[in-house]
Design a binder for this molecule. Structure first.
Ligand code: FES
Length: 599
């Protein structure tokens, strides 16, 4: 071994040579060991902890101290992205996987069951042979050669044999022995930045038989899409690694669904996938670099059908995979899927569709005339960048009421609270606003400016810094409120810009649809309470859950929906907020808790 090489031993995972000079996180990744690293190794998320058992050699302890307690430091816990081993080292991985609630359900409008893939059972006779000749004639006229395996299969059949033709969009994709018409299945998939959900669907009955979900394994390369785009661009084989991680995850989910439901992968004929534009690029192994730089252009937007083997999916090689279209770099197929679920393209009303997350994506439809925009809401609404913020898992505070001289909390899983998740933060700040603990600009009031003794008692003053105690050591700081104001300012200014574009006011909008994993947990009272939504929307809000997956289900079961989603792509305009006159002024006004007369 060269002078510059040392050995890393990972308890339970084996030993690996490494070149001295690289950080521990990159050495682990290179050897296929993935640990959580939401900031993609930039040293500001504090999540990539490992325990160093032997060979500890500190020289930048101060950097680690920003994220680690003294107790952790003493135990040898360090952030792997900041730790550069200089000699042989032995470590143990820390199980820091979060248990996040994954939303797998969504509203489905009425539709007809008319999938693109169909089966026809036949008996080989003179007539059916004539039919097969007809099919050959059709394929010839369409300049498609009948695949040789199908011709071979036909040649093996005897007079009187029962067989089943499987057709995809009228094209024969295989011939099966006997009557297999009862076994016709597909998967509808939503690939979110954080989570992946797959549903197993019976294409004969339209019934969703089962679903399976997983945290998106790409989060090991960065929590948000930009971190992943950076990884894909900067690391050798970065795009391939990200693509492989999501394909491996899909293969696992598909296998789980087939085994649990006693269905052969050979009977999966069609898969539909909705995802944001970056996730789709990475799924297909397409370098997403153009999505990360101005003018933020996708390499492709159209919906396309692929063969499963093109994507390295371990499923029947006759399975087709249809990816829904995206409108732009920021309005992806997850949103076009939501648009058809919400019937934005055919509505006779004025409907606002919002998917609230790290990015807020929205489409306003005025009787089918659609305009979309996207705004950077930031991670605060998902519990990130918040002093006591956690993701929405067991132990997270998700509801808060300040009433009758007490702060009441609702905790996910009814456990002792370990932090506050996005919906909890929104509700807390809405309550602070309702109880006049903050002024309209969002500043926490001084104790001396309050009359109520209980409200005074929950304010902590530390010089000019003020915060509010919710329970024990879980607090809301001034900075937390600012983070939420930035998020709500981004979303409200998006709503106002779209409305202005179509010459509408809040009163003119008939329906507001909130979609998505995160939006499903936000209460209307909180959204209106912090001024993210205007008061006029209070009775107009509908939640439709995971509309990305629902859109994929629609496209799987009703082939006409693939035309509709194309219609959304062709007819939905995109408004770039940063290019609007005086957008910054509007955004600044939207930060206030007093938003009367803005829309
Ligand atoms: S601090 Fe190491 S990955 Fe974020």
């Amino acid at each position: 071994m060269g002078d510059n090489m040392s050995i890393l031993s990972v308890r339970g995972r084996g030993s690996f040579d490494f070149e001295v000079g690289k950080n521990l996180l990159s050495i682990l990744k290179k050897n296929g060991i993935m640990i959580e690293n939401p900031c993609a190794g930039k040293g500001y998320c504090g999540k990539c902890k490992v325990q160093i058992l032997e060979g500890l050699n500190d020289d930048n302890l101060q950097e680690h101290r920003k994220f680690l307690s003294e107790e952790e430091i003493k135990k040898g816990i360090r952030l792997s992205c900041l730790y550069v081993p200089k000699n042989d080292i032995s470590i143990e991985l820390i199980d820091n996987e979060e248990k996040v609630k994954i939303l797998d359900k969504g509203y489905l409008p009425d539709f007809k069951i008319d999938p693109l893939v169909k089966k026809e059972c036949k008996k080989l006779s003179y007539d059916s042979l004539a039919t097969s000749s007809d099919i050959e004639a059709i394929l010839k006229s369409e300049k498609r050669a009948l695949p040789i395996d199908i011709i071979r299969k036909l040649s093996d059949l005897e007079e009187g044999d029962i067989y089943t033709l499987v057709k995809y969009d009228k094209e024969i994709i295989c011939i099966e022995d006997g009557d297999t018409t009862g076994s016709l299945y597909g998967f509808a998939v939503d690939i979110g930045t954080t989570t992946i959900v797959a549903s197993l669907i019976d294409l004969n009955t339209g019934v969703e038989l089962d679903n399976a979900s997983s945290i998106n394994p790409q989060k090991n390369y960065g929590l948000d899409v930009l971190s992943r785009i950076n990884y894909a661009c900067k690391e050798e084989n970065g795009t391939y690694e990200l693509s492989k991680s999501v394909i491996d995850c899909l293969n696992g989910l598909f296998e789980e669904l087939c085994i649990n439901n006693n269905i052969s992968t050979e009977n999966i004929y069609d898969i539909t996938i909705a995802a944001n534009t970056t996730m789709l690029h990475l799924l297909l192994g397409v370098n997403p670099k153009s999505l990360g730089v101005n003018p933020y252009r996708p390499i492709f937007k159209e919906g396309r059908t692929y063969l499963s083997e093109d994507l390295d999916l371990k499923i029947s090689n006759k399975t087709r995979v249809y990816c829904l279209p995206s409108v732009s770099a920021f309005i992806g197929a997850d949103i076009t899927a939501g648009a058809i679920v919400s019937k934005l393209n055919t509505t006779k009303e004025r409907v606002l569709f919002i998917d609230i997350g790290t990015n807020g994506e929205m489409i306003l439809s005025d009787n089918g005339k659609m305009i979309a925009c996207s705004c950077a809401a930031g991670p605060a609404l998902e519990g990130m960048n918040i002093t006591c913020g956690v993701r929405a898992g067991v132990g997270a505070i998700e509801g808060i009421t300040i009433e009758n001289d007490s702060v009441s909390i609702e905790v996910i899983g009814d456990k002792y609270p370990n932090g506050i998740c996005g919906s909890g933060i929104l509700e807390a700040i809405s309550e602070l606003n309702r109880r006049n603990l903050v002024n309209k600009s969002g500043r926490i009031k001084k104790k001396e400016d309050l009359e109520d003794d209980f409200l005074k008692s929950i304010i902590i003053e530390d010089g000019k810094k003020r915060s509010v105690v919710l329970v024990d050591d879980i607090i809301i700081t001034q900075n937390d409120i600012r983070q939420v104001q930035l998020a709500k300012g981004a979303i409200l200014s998006g709503i106002i810009s779209l409305s202005n574009h179509l010459n509408l006011t809040a009163k003119d909008i008939d329906k507001v649809i909130i979609a998505g994993q995160f939006g499903a947990h936000l209460k209307v009272e909180s959204l209106v309470g912090i001024g993210m939504l205007p008061k006029e929307f209070e009775d107009k809000v509908n939640y439709i859950g995971n509309s990305s997956k629902s859109g994929a289900v629609l496209c799987l079961l009703d082939k006409s929906k693939r035309e509709e989603v194309k219609d959304v792509l062709d007819n939905c305009g995109y408004l770039e907020l940063s290019l609007l006159d005086n957008y910054e002024g509007l955004f600044a006004k939207c930060l206030s808790f007093d938003i009367n007369k803005l829309l």
